[in-house]
Design a protein around this ligand. Structure first.
Ligand code: KG4
Ligand code: ZN
Length: 336
């Protein structure tokens, strides 16, 4: 079965065709990084306009290897969560295309898509497993019962992990996009140079909090400015990354060890080398089997949406022409 995936929830417009949820036939992405860099972060209105400009030719290109929309079996589109104006571009395009071509329309939750990126990387992976989902807006530990059943067992109580990378990047003058820039700076720094706080909760050992680490970095930088001391940017980046990735890896491997001995990493922060290394080490120590997405499927893409769309279709989760986009929606929810 061939599924066309469409993704436009944030700053990447993407279209892809995937066969049977695991085999990528095409995977087209247009990034808006250059334009948002001018403003130091994603400007929602500009993101929507860029999606409108890019989406038609991108979908056409993604369909080329299969000979056009007539050879597609379903159209899957990200409908939540994300920037509402950005989401609406993909939803409206996907809806129009599906109904004009007489194809089923499959709404896909963006974070479910991030998890599905792992089916593209390792087609032998099947639920049940525990997933650590770390993106720009979310940090969750989720138990995945089957391809379309999700239970959140831990989540951030304030900032998302990716968001904290983005904010710290701004504070130490690295700018947007924060995650990759902090990682690059951290590569030459000493992770033990500064001891930033690691937050754990007694009432839920799988929950996260990253605002304390962020504030500690801000205070460290302000103190240095006040005393006229020059900060060592690689050391700050490395010490901050060490603190965030330690908490993420500790909680996630603990959850996987408790629930099903299988851990799946997902989301934009999954590209972080320090996190990947730490997870490998901790999973080995705890006897947990680890799955990590190929680097090209960590950030936003439509192949992961087409993959999850395949499983949603099999579960009967299709929508009609009343489909809407939603800025917020829990990964557990399924309105279809
Ligand atoms: O999943 P994603 O591409 O978009 C959302 O769904 O939010 O995640 C983007 C987030 C951003 O906060 C970005 O800074 C972070 O992922 N990120 C990273 C790295 N690459 C992207 N964080 C840490 N290290 C990276 N190498
Ligand atoms: Zn994402």
């Amino acid at each position: 079965m061939l599924v066309l995936g469409i993704e436009s929830s944030c700053d990447e417009t993407a279209a892809a065709v995937v066969e049977n949820g695991t085999k990528v036939i095409s995977n087209e992405v247009v990034s808006q990084i250059d334009i948002h860099t001018l403003y130091g972060g994603v400007v929602p209105e500009i993101a929507s306009r860029c999606h409108v400009e890019a989406i038609s030719s991108l979908v056409r290109k993604a369909l080329e290897p299969v000979g056009g929309i007539q050879n597609i079996d379903a159209v899957a589109v990200t409908y939540a969560p994300g920037l509402i104006g950005a989401l609406l571009v993909g939803v409206n395009f996907g809806k129009s295309l599906a109904f004009a071509a007489g194809k089923p329309l499959v709404p896909v939750h963006h974070l479910r898509g991030h998890i599905a990126a792992n089916y593209l990387t390792d087609p032998t992976l099947t639920p049940p497993f525990t997933a650590l989902v770390v993106s720009g807006g979310h940090s969750h530990i989720v138990n995945v019962g089957n391809h379309t059943t999700f239970t959140v067992v831990g989540k951030t109580r304030d900032d998302a992990a990716g968001e904290s990378f983005d904010k710290v990047a701004r504070v130490i003058g690295l700018g947007y996009p924060g995650g990759p820039k902090v990682e690059k700076a951290a590569a030459t720094g000493n992770p033990s140079a500064i001891r930033f706080p690691r937050t754990h909760f007694a009432d839920n050992e799988f929950d996260f909090s990253f605002s304390g680490i962020k504030t500690a970095v801000i205070n460290y930088v302000h103190n240095a400015q006040q005393t006229g001391t020059e900060i060592n940017i690689p050391d700050v980046a490395a010490s901050f990354s060490a603190a965030v990735t330690e908490v993420l890896a500790d909680n996630a491997t603990k959850a996987a060890a408790r629930f099903n001995k299988k851990l799946v990493l997902a989301g934009g922060v999954a590209a972080n080398g320090t996190l990947r290394k730490r997870l490998k080490k901790e999973c080995k120590e705890k006897g947990v089997q680890l799955f990590m997405p190929d680097l090209r499927y960590c950030g936003d893409n439509a192949a992961m949406i087409a993959s999850q769309g395949y499983y949603e279709f099999l579960a009967g989760h299709t929508a009609d022409e009343t489909l809407n986009a939603y800025a917020n929606m829990s990964i557990e929810e399924n309105p279809f």
